[in-house]
Design a protein. Sequence first.
Length: 340
Amino acid sequence: MQIPGQLKKILSDTKRSAIIIHRNPDGDALGSALALKAFLQKKGHQTRIISPNEIPGYLQWLPGIDDVLIYDEQQDKIHQILKDSKVIFTLDFNDLSRAGKDFEKFLKKLKDKIFVMIDHHLEPSDYAQFMFSDSFKSSTSEMVYDFIVASDGKNDIDKEMATALYTGIMTDTGSFKFPNTTSQTMRIAADLMDKGINHNEIQTKIFDSFSLNKLHLLGEALNKLVFLPQYRTAYIALSKDDLTKHHYQKGDTEGFVNYGLALNDADFAVMFLENDNEGVRISFRSKGNFPANEFAKKYFNGGGHLNAAGGRTTKNLDETVNLFLEKLPEFLEQLKDKNV
Ligand SMILES: [Mn+2]
């Protein structure tokens, strides 16, 4: 990664910045933001991380997390912080709509700010003066590592920053098993290990920290899994009632969709989640070359990566699943081929 001289100058001249992550933040969004914040602070910046909404429980152990501001809870304070900031980093998303409706509206009114995007999703929108956008990278955390190194900051990476970055890379690569994992990803992970992180403890905190309610909800989800062998597709639909029954907390269904792909003969896995007032949220995962993002984009107002995408509808759960079943045959040729 090369950082334009102009941006280097801006970052050394200004000492006030802010870091925004996407709604429903995950390990990569928070990991990359916490590391970037620590780095900027070492360079003398006053900076804060702003999450549009609450942080899921499984990430609340991350070093520095207590300092993250939540837009849903502290709008006025955050508006002031952003007005006072010269530079606004947006991490792990590439369209302002991912900050949520109200927040997006406010951000679009900020005309005199310098936006810096660091992100690995496809098709970035055009809102940032400086764009670091690379869909071949495993994670935004990997890119923030590159950004810090390109700013001659490799020695500034301490154990806490390394823990945050490692968490982001590990979660976005499914513990280094998804196709987005490259040799460079592994080299960076090795560098981060050399900073003294406890990688085993990070794994345990992220993956072996289910509540009993979450484990029971997973049981419910697996029981409801439907397999369509002719399409090599598995799907799970969870209703509001299913969630209520198991005392659903935000983040509880994180990772459930991947169980569909654990099926020997499945190349496409989908999970439908009925929301309180926002219709249905959908996660798509695929093996090989099947474009989960194209499917999500074409019929479910979404997008993402080739093997991991998201979408949503304003329909109810049954209507959404029916729409999915209606559109699936269109992709039969790509799905029935064992070697997609
Ligand atoms: Mn990411």
